[in-house]
Design a protein around this ligand. Sequence first.
Ligand code: G6P
Length: 625
Amino acid sequence: MITYFDKLDLELEVFMCGIVCAVSNRDISSILLEGLSRLEYRGYDSCGIALFDNKELNRIRSMKRVLDLKKQLIEYQFTGCIGLAHTRWATHGIPSYNNAHPHFSSNESGKPHIALVHNGIIENYEDFRDSLENIGYRFESQTDTEVLVHLLNHLYTGDIFDTVQNVMKLLKGSYAIAVFCSDEPDRIVGARQGAPLVVGVGEGENYLSSDSLAISDKVKEIIYLEDGEIVDLRRHCINVINKDGFLIEKLRHSAVNFVLTSELGKYRHYMQKEIFEQPMAVADTLHGLDSLSMEIFGRGSSKLFKTIDSVLIVACGTSYYAGMTAKYWIESLAKIRVDVEIASEYIYRDSVPNVNSLVLAISQSGETADTLSALKHAKSLGMKNTMSICNVSTSSIVRESLLNYITRAGIEIGVASTKAFITQLTALFLLSISLANSRGLLTNDQEIIFLKDLRHLPSSIGAVLSLEPFIMEWAEYFSSKENVLFLGRGRHYPIALEGALKMKEISYIHAEAYPAGELKHGPLALVTEHMPVVVVAPNDALLEKIKSNMQEVRARGGNLYVFADKYSKILNDSGIKVIHMPECYGILSPILYAIPLQLLSYHTALILGTDIDKPRNLAKSVTVE
Ligand code: G6P
């Protein structure tokens, strides 16, 4: 039985495309495909495998699932002791058979000479495409990967390791690659620059993958490559050079096998399972927390928290909404100004850096390209006080940050984030009270009460989850709608945003969220009897305000679906349906109110029959811009 802490130590890395390769003396075709299957949940639009059978290099690609590759392998009877497999999530070029990896470059006799799989983006690929075409290379895809494979072939020195080293000096972008050359059929060369790549050390065989998850059951040890490193992978030896070309000794970590299959248990989808794992995820995230005096955010955090005068949060997607919620908490409790920036916007605008700011990157995966770039960008502007809240302890964002808090949600498989979000909020509340404490704004009694409230969270979440049957009844109605409006106020506005995001991600119903006070400045024009309006209405200082906003909706014939607590005195009425939350949660209520919204989206999507764990066009973590 693997605990949440063990899972944390698995050092999982999450990304979009998947690479699984092996050098062995046995047929590794089914092992590579099993590895790809383990990465399937992250989303992909095509997949492929190349195998060398001591004579020739064969390739199978598919626009269907990995299962289709298995069928084709049997049909064509392809085997091989060395191979490269890949799941692709389109960046350059549409999802198509020809754009699927592995890509080949052939020698003069027309036989495949070099095979390449690739994650990430080669930014300057167009610089090479025309000249390669002019010297006779024929392109069958629109990908940057095919340009790279021809470039490797063109500049091949007779040693593929040296060739990769030379070619890497010419490339711009973020990528991880694995290369095979049929002239040197005992080795695979891998290189990492900005996208994850790990080496798996097996017995008499070795592996290369973009994620240890894919190979953890086949190997004894894992080596994590750093940016600029290149690995020469053979059956009995593994050599790694650093970005300066020097041979280096790499630390080997014990591989922990983590079996994902059969884990669904009684649940129909990972998303549902992960929603119900939230009490445990929060308990694990808070494990061992006795007082705020501990340096839970890393060594030196207490001192650093006293020196900062503002917080700059950078994040994407659901993590961004966690950051927005934190703004309300930090400004109110710690009286520190907070700016929350969408990472992809922050990178490219002229901002005014404040070197006394704490730069906080929030990311489930720790690999989201925009968030990582935003963090690096802030550092380049002189902001050195960096921190991450992240679910993967070995991720790039964690490595890039001075301080860290690792949420212990365990692996999250559903593309739409649920338990990672709830644990991020938990960690962010902890940060808010820690910042307040470091400024002397928290009395001992308040600290005790807040910590008690945090420890009570898992059981409160458990009680909220028991509302599922009532939410299922609502889902029936929502599944027949094309648009949904979500309203919240104050610290519940980001929760409304997250509710709308969940709804669109998995049910494909158009959903928007507004701070309820903004209704009359536009969205009220959309309200009719056909547009359900979901309201997050806890009994807080803004309750009377949101009740007035609800009246504005009712006056236009809109139907309200309200989550409120008992003391809000909001009752079922004509055009108003209410689900009462089991308790009143005070300042922590955003965490609890997010949960029924997750369940509402889940059950709506379930009725609509969408691919809930792998919604169309979305990936679990976006490692390209
Ligand atoms: C993708 C996922 C979202 C996630 C976002 C940020 O869009 O589908 O669920 O919120 O990336 O990911 P991160 O790993 O940085 O939290």
